[in-house]
Design a protein around this ligand. Structure first.
Ligand code: AMX
Length: 461
């Protein structure tokens, strides 16, 4: 079977020709107007960035290489065990994004899974990385630990080494970028496992890496939620629940990979990478952005919010009490976490796919008051937010559901949830970074303006 690298190599002449022709032909065509407000409001909606793999339609939601999420769920290969037919392997998505839209066969996805596994050298972090991570204060923010972990792995960067040696040229930048990106993605389960063990088990391993299993399975294994785990925190889960948890992880990791280029984690990876910075340094910047409460931290905010609300209302079924609770929250100038979006103007299809996971297991979740509240909120929050009249999108985003489902299966460390998000988010921005190198995109350098310059621009005829 041909490798991912062979596939990419074959695509390069045709894709670069298309790209260069397009640039040449349309380079001076105006496509957007920049207003003072957009400059002063986070450049919201400015069409000013090239991103190949995904685009976000405000109504339809995310498209991956022009496929909607539900098309991906029916087209991309998964393991299809026990009716989990709509759950594709994140490895399939990695192939799909890296090749600019080629749907892998199951064999290709599994081969990539195996390739990632082999890159971990028997499932071990390099000893120096492991040692340093073991010495971090156990209470250090898990995203800080992850960022440090990636920076420590940077000494293995082929791109950095070969750039330093002078053995690279513009035509070959992409090869080492790909190599580094795949190595980095391969290491994410090990980093996640190490960080979770620092948080809950004094740095002692919670489970074992299994080289014959897929990427998501190994994340579950290394955080101690799996059949073959050594951890005691899973003793209450049945075999079926353990299997469901692994499938939830596959689903979650598959749908969080990318959300077009302008979001903070993707954009920072791209921006830092545009200085020819290697994938480790670039993605470490991305995850620092992901750690912000308005971005990746939202999932944990939702979990806390649901738990807090449940302790203040008589039942998760009491819609009136939920409504009053929300109005109270808004009157205290707090946001309803898990609702709203900078681009989306509809229910996030990623939320819908997580909700489908719940519906397919209605018995499992029937007695979980937090999951019930999460579902009932969808009947109340959009109405309240619409009446409130401020937010542009009153519908649930993906974070509305993700954290509380992990919580259900025993992943109670809410701060850790963003680390799992970061495992997934590596896939989109790093696929883009490989194509940034193939297309030879230059360093990113928008023009900034001070208030005086802006004043001059608005007053000049
Ligand atoms: N609850 C209450 N008020 C909200 C709101 C919510 N869920 N969403 C937006 N608003 C408010 C904003 O705070 C803003 O108020 P202001 O004018 O006083 O500053 C106003 O509505 C307009 O905001 P907007 O244009 O609709 O949204 P935005 O693009 O500025 O922000 C987002 C988008 C996601 C940060 C915002 O909706 C929010 O804070 N949501 C809650 C947190 C959350 O769920 N984040 C997850 C996002 C997805 C992700 O990246 N993982």
């Amino acid at each position: 079977v041909r490798s991912l690298k062979d596939e990419i190599k074959e695509l390069i002449p045709q894709k670069t020709q298309q790209f260069n022709l397009f640039r040449k032909k349309f380079k001076d065509v105006k496509i957007d107007t920049i207003t003072v407000n957009s400059i002063l409001s986070g450049m919201r909606g400015n069409k000013s960035m090239f991103w190949q793999g995904t685009t976000l339609d405000p109504i339809e939601g995310i498209r991956f290489n022009n496929f909607t999420l539900s098309q991906c769920q029916t087209s991309l290969p998964g393991l299809n065990q026990n009716n989990h037919s709509n759950i594709f392997l994140p490895e399939s998505m990695l192939w799909f994004l890296m090749t600019g839209g080629k749907i892998p066969t199951l064999q290709q996805s599994l081969q990539l899974s195996n390739d990632l596994s082999e890159r971990t050298k028997n499932g071990n972090l390099p000893p120096n990385v492991n040692n340093i991570l073991s010495q971090l204060p156990k209470k250090m923010h898990p995203m800080t630990q992850l960022s440090i972990g990636l920076l420590l792995l940077q000494e293995n960067s082929f791109f950095q080494k070969n750039y330093e040696n002078g053995t690279l040229n513009k035509d070959t930048y992409w090869e080492d970028t790909l190599e580094d990106s795949l190595n980095l993605i391969a290491m994410m389960p090990l980093l996640a496992g190490k960080i979770y063990s620092n948080m809950i088990n004094e740095g002692k391993p919670l489970g074992q890496f299994n080289p014959s299993k897929d990427w998501s399975y190994n994340i579950c294994s290394l955080i101690g939620i799996n059949k073959n785990s050594d951890s005691s925190n899973i003793s209450n889960l049945s075999n079926r629940q353990l299997e469901d948890f692994v499938n939830l992880m596959r689903l979650y990791l598959g749908i969080h990979v990318d959300h077009e280029g302008g979001n903070v984690s993707a954009h920072s990876t791209h921006l830092v990478g545009s200085a020819l910075t290697d994938p480790y340094l670039s993605y470490s910047s991305g995850i620092n952005g992901l750690a912000g409460p308005l971005h990746g931290l939202a999932a944990q905010e939702v979990v806390r919010f649901l738990i807090e609300m449940n302790s203040n209302i008589s039942s998760p079924k009491n819609l009136l009490e939920i409504e009053n609770y929300l109005w109270n929250l808004l009157s205290c100038k707090r946001v309803i976490p898990g609702y709203g979006h900078a681009v989306l103007r509809n229910t996030d299809p990623r939320f819908t796919s997580l909700l489908n996971f719940v519906h397919e297991r209605s018995q499992e979740f029937a007695n979980d008051s937090h999951v019930q509240l999460m579902q009932n909120l969808t009947k109340v929050a959009p109405k309240v937010l619409t009446e409130h009249g401020k937010c542009q999108n009153p519908y649930p985003n993906v974070d509305s559901a993700s954290g509380i489902l992990f919580y259900h299966y025993g992943l109670k460390q809410t701060l850790f949830m963003t680390v799992i998000f970061a495992c997934s988010r590596a896939i989109g921005p790093l696929s883009q970074l490989v194509w940034d190198r193939i297309y030879g995109l230059p360093i990113e350098r928008p023009k900034s303006l001070d208030l005086n310059s802006l004043k001059k621009l608005v007053t000049s005829p």
